[in-house]
Design a binder for this molecule. Structure first.
Ligand code: FES
Length: 528
């Protein structure tokens, strides 16, 4: 078959690929991951690239290669340098390491290492742990390379329709984990042969793909997992490059859409010992919730969609360089906080939450989510802010960047609607779980916000937009990557491993879409 040479700019990466391949495939082969929010259907337009020398814009997922090409990838189409949250809550003090004992050999002074891994739909975080004292030696994170097959779990499930394609996704994740292990070892000057144990958490789809278990049934009602159980698999069987005698422990899932990552979050925040009503929220494309006390715990999954991660928002992006991550009103104008040392070129989820909170606070957007008429705002908002309200194609927009900025970042009415759907999806989940337990907002004494996204949300803004129950801000605690912290606990301790199994069994899954008041509570949850 004929092959063509493709050069990617500005990376200057060159590959050879067969005729008819898409530019997404070619970019993937060159190690460049593009945004594929719609999974390559050609509808999201987030994968735009320029063909040189004329800078002709094409969708990489739709363009089939028939000649040698030089392709420039605009920063906005690149799925890169996302602000990855590798930190989490400190679990050291609460764990008695004991798993390592099975690897102890008399007369051997060789170290014993383990790796705790959180496989997220978007991000993979791996920590190298000294198994004898529980110290985290170093952390590495990488974007999940499966993202080139689509942003959410449904696209991955759809892709893995045949055994061969499931194997392809599985290999992608195994290669990535091996790469992370190599980087961890390099950074800590450790020998991979001294890694004897790996603990893995992830949502149920990621868990199944990692183990090469069937995923098709996860995409069809009643969305059953092939297996919810914790498993121990020899390292060789999964082709993981650690000590050949090593063991890979995958933590138990709770249900088809609530996976081992939620089990790990529940373990890390010790929700099982909670005497006061506690809510743990892991925010992402799929919001996952656990609510209750040690006596009774309910979990739900909310299909928030990717809007809170910046997708489906006109100027939205993930939390990458150039994204507005905070918007604050003060001194008659707004102030932006942008990731990295560069001008704003997009807005990510936390910025979006702030921006909507500011628009609500100033009365520019009303409780139903509509932009109010500019004329009715006269004298009510500062002039500098009022001048940011414009009309484009007959629709009101709010301009976030200052005039003269290299790129204009703005919010449209449609963006606010998308945002409302996402926040409504999470809030309806919380409300229906509250209902199950007969709780008012004020009954919830602690809220743990977890996830790469959660750490950057300002509590006041999250409360203002009604994402969370109406509680005093001091009840909200950011716990960062609690799933990775839970994985670390599961890695080190038999007790934690047993507790994770107990938690996964004990937490009762609620299919919120089947709750009888779902429609009306969802409608109510959409308003601000
Ligand atoms: S349009 Fe290409 S991935 Fe969505």
């Amino acid at each position: 078959m004929k092959h063509f040479n493709i050069i990617f700019k500005p990376d200057d990466k060159q590959i050879s690929i067969h005729a008819g391949a898409t530019l997404i495939e070619a970019a993937g082969q060159a190690g460049i991951i593009l945004n594929t929010v719609c999974g390559g259907k050609g509808t999201c337009e987030k994968c735009v690239v320029n063909l040189e020398p004329d800078s002709q814009q094409v969708l990489a997922c739709q363009y089939h290669i028939q000649s040698d090409l030089t392709v420039t990838i605009p920063a906005g189409s690149r799925f890169f340098e996302q602000k990855i949250l590798a930190e989490g809550i400190d679990t050291k003090a609460r764990i008695q390491p004991d798993i390592y004992e099975k690897y102890l050999q008399p007369d051997s002074a060789a170290p014993i290492f383990g790796v705790a891994i959180d496989i997220g739909t978007t991000t993979i975080v791996a920590r190298l742990i000294d198994m004898t004292d529980g110290r985290c030696l170093t952390t590495q994170a990488e974007l999940n390379p499966q993202s080139r097959y689509g942003d959410d779990v449904i696209s991955r499930i759809t892709y893995a329709e045949t055994d061969a394609k499931l194997a392809e996704l599985h290999d992608t994740i195994i290669n990535c984990v091996n790469e992370l292990i190599a980087r961890l070892c390099k950074q800590a000057c450790a020998d991979a042969k001294c890694i004897y144990e790996i603990a893995v958490v992830g949502n149920t789809t990621m868990n199944h793909i990692f183990l090469k278990l069937p995923v098709k049934q996860l995409g069809q009602a009643p969305y059953k997992a092939f297996s919810l159980d914790a498993r121990d698999t020899p390292a060789n069987e999964l082709a993981l490059q650690i000590n050949p005698a090593g063991n890979i422990h995958t933590a138990p899932n709770i249900a088809g859409f609530v996976g081992a990552d939620t089990t790990a979050v529940a373990l890390a925040v010790d929700i099982d010992s909670a005497e006061e009503m506690t809510l743990a929220v892991d925010i992402g494309t799929n919001g996952e919730l656990v609510l209750g006390t040690g006596d009774k715990l309910y979990a739900a999954s909310c299909a928030a969609g990717p809007a809170l991660e910046g997708a489906r928002i006109t100027c939205g992006s993930r939390a990458a360089e150039g994204a507005i991550e905070a918007v604050i009103a003060g001194d008659g104008n707004i102030v932006l906080d942008v990731i990295g040392d560069c001008p704003a070129r997009s807005i990510c989820g936390s910025g979006l939450i702030d921006a909507v909170a500011v628009l609500l606070e100033l009365g520019i957007v009303d409780a139903s989510g509509r932009f109010v008429r500019a004329s009715s705002l006269a004298d009510k908002v500062p002039v500098a802010i009022a001048s940011r309200i414009r009309t484009e194609l007959g629709e009101p927009v709010f301009i976030l960047t200052d005039s003269g900025a290299a790129e204009t970042v703005f919010l449209t009415q449609k963006d606010i609607r998308q945002f409302q759907l996402a926040k409504g999806a999470i809030r309806v989940g919380i409300k229906l779980l509250q209902k199950k337990l007969g709780l008012e907002d004020s009954d919830i004494k602690r809220i743990f916000l977890a996830g790469a996204f959660g750490n950057y949300i300002r509590a006041e803004s999250a409360l203002r937009i009604g994402l969370l129950p109406d509680v005093p801000a001091e009840r909200i605690h950011f716990v960062g990557n609690a799933a990775a912290a839970g994985a670390q606990m599961i890695l080190l301790s038999r007790h934690c491993r047993a507790k994770a199994k107990e938690l996964a069994r004990k937490i009762e899954y609620v299919e919120i879409a089947h709750e009888k008041d779902f429609e009306s509570v969802f409608a109510e949850s959409m308003s601000f």
